[in-house]
Design a protein around this ligand. Structure first.
Ligand code: NAP
Ligand code: MG
Length: 505
């Protein structure tokens, strides 16, 4: 028996096969719970229930304000259970309790609130300009897409679920979510809370923990699914696109990144250094939009790099549930091994890092040092180096010198990715000019990681397709149907005046 349950068709249940899989606290390598291991059979059952539910109109037929009320009830449920959810999220993912408490749980509640606002304020009817020819009155009807699925990664399990579920439900769709296998607990817990509070009709929201290769593939390919939204690696993103193409499903993809944080020579160095470290080492670098390439102007380069190293020395690695920890374990040992592999490569490519570079020593008893990695800084990295081009998803910063603003922009744009970036400068005009030339979905000026539910987020190039959040992130869950009305009636139909087909009919 699993310790948590799937949510399918309004029922909290085991996987059809009865199989389970274990989830761990990565910091201590201890098992936390057994979770139900859904398979294709469960995914198909959920998709069929979703289809029935959507077609019944029990959810899509509600008004925007009626749906908003339900989404706000979910936001309240999250807020009422914030402490418990933050602890579970931290324990299961390795993210610090500070991250879970101040970013993850309120961030998810905020997304449900924001999309509730969208459901209330974004009309389901849109105006079109007056037609000159053919004579007609025209307008748009916005309609939900249908059965929307979401497949999410392990780095922000709770926020990511809110980004998939909230806009889909707000726009009148039904939603089926598959969390990452390493971090499925909080999604299952939310399913349980929502089912017990009886907030939604059965089948409107379904949650399945299980492997990407079976459950994920079914959710991306089943003909009854109308849209798939995916966050994760670029490699799996390509696979999702391929699977969705069989029935031409719209996809939203939020993929990898190698973002540049540009430090101009007029920046406030102390604030900028702290910002660059926050931009890179927050959550151990396991953030898709991390500013893992710091581009620093030559005139301030040495002073700035010294500041980076000095401040990095103050970061505390430790138990993720300890409020004193700045950085917890990575999501598992294999993520730490990947980081180590890239650091070895970096040593070959550019020499020893200025700090870090290995597993930490002297952690508190009971912690597994091989699940942690020291924050590591490589200096004078050529942008062509693999460590500057490939996503590492661990605490590794590449510092790259530049001379002119134009050179900084060229280096920033020399990447297959384009998810985010930063510009640090006291000259806001200069900073905005640089930002405007970066080929990337978000640029933070004198800030980093400031994502909020009411502002769109997404990538250029191989960082993805589409924008989540904001009103754009609501519209990707709606069809725009054009209605054309000939006000003159059947006798004066425009087609009667065309002779393109035949004058005879
Ligand atoms: P991942 O391996 O791509 O997995 C993401 C999700 O896809 C998981 O739920 C996974 O399930 C599932 N999956 C795996 N193979 C699948 C398949 N063949 N078909 C359908 N689903 C499949 O990524 P990850 O390792 O969890 O996360 C790290 C990556 O995500 C990084 O590269 C990072 O850049 C990216 N990321 C991007 C963003 C963004 O907003 N752009 C945000 C977060 C993370 P299992 O867990 O069962 O394997
Ligand atoms: Mg875990």
């Amino acid at each position: 028996m699993a310790d948590y349950k799937l949510l399918i068709d309004g029922e909290l249940c085991e996987a059809a096969s009865g199989e389970t899989f274990a989830t761990y606290n990565p910091g201590k390598g201890e098992k936390i719970a057994d979770l139900p291991k859904a398979g294709r059979e469960d995914a198909v059952r959920a998709i069929e229930a979703g289809r029935r539910t959507f077609d019944s109109g029990v959810w899509s037929g509600l008004s925007g304000p009626e749906r908003a009320e339900k989404l706000r009830a979910i936001a309240k449920l999250i807020t009422d259970n914030a402490g418990m959810l933050a602890e579970l999220e931290s324990l299961d993912s390795g993210g610090t309790i500070r991250k879970a408490t101040f970013a993850d749980i309120p961030g998810a509640a905020g997304a449900f609130e924001w999309f509730a606002t969208c459901a209330e304020t974004q009309s389901d009817r849109g105006d079109l300009p007056p037609a000159v020819f053919p004579q007609s009155e025209n307008y748009l009807l916005y309609e939900p897409l249908g059965v929307c699925t979401g497949v999410i990664p392990w780095n922000f399990p709770f926020i990511m679920l809110s980004w998939k579920i909230a806009p889909a439900l707000a726009a009148g769709n039904v939603s089926i979510l598959k969390p990452a296998s390493l971090t499925s607990i909080t999604a299952l817990k939310l399913g349980e809370l929502i089912a017990e509070a009886d907030i939604l009709p059965p089948g409107v929201l379904q949650i399945l923990s299980g492997p990407g290769g079976t459950v994920g593939e079914e959710l991306a390919s089943n003909p009854m699914v109308d849209k798939v939204a995916f966050t994760g690696s670029t490699e799996v993103g390509r696979r999702i696109m391929q699977l969705a193409s069989g029935t031409v499903k719209p996809v939203t993809l939020e993929l990898g990144g190698k973002s540049a944080n540009i430090v101009l020579d007029d920046a406030d160095l102390d604030t900028a250094a702290a910002g660059v470290l926050f931009g890179t080492f927050f959550h151990g670098g396991q953030v898709c939009e991390s500013g893992t390439r710091a581009l620093v102007q030559r005139g301030i380069y040495d002073e700035f790099v010294n500041l980076l190293v000095e401040k990095t020395g103050k970061l505390v690695l430790g138990d993720q549930l300890d409020w004193a920890s700045d950085i917890g374990p990575l999501v598992d040992r294999s993520q730490a091994e990947t980081t180590e592999r890239y650091v070895k490569l970096g040593r070959d490519e550019v020499g020893d890092p200025l700090c870090g570079g290995g597993y930490p020593e002297g952690l508190a008893e009971g912690l597994d040092p091989q699940a942690f990695f020291q924050p590591t800084i490589f200096s004078n990295v050529p942008n062509s180096a693999k460590i500057a081009q490939e996503e590492i998803f661990g605490p590794v910063l590449c510092v790259i010198p530049f001379d002119t603003d134009a050179e900084a922009i060229a280096i920033a744009n020399d990447s297959i990715y384009g998810l985010a970036g930063g510009v640090q400068s006291t000259n806001l005009e200069r900073a905005q000019d640089v930002a405007s030339k970066m080929r990337t979905g978000t640029v933070w000026i004198n800030d980093y990681h400031m994502i909020s539910p009411d502002k769109p987020f997404g990538g250029y190039k191989q960082s993805g397709i589409g924008r989540e959040l904001g009103t754009k992130g609501f519209d990707i869950y709606r069809q725009a149907k054009h209605i054309h009305v000939n006000p003159e009636g059947a006798g004066r139909a425009n087609h009667a005046q065309y002779s393109a087909l035949s004058g005879e009919i």
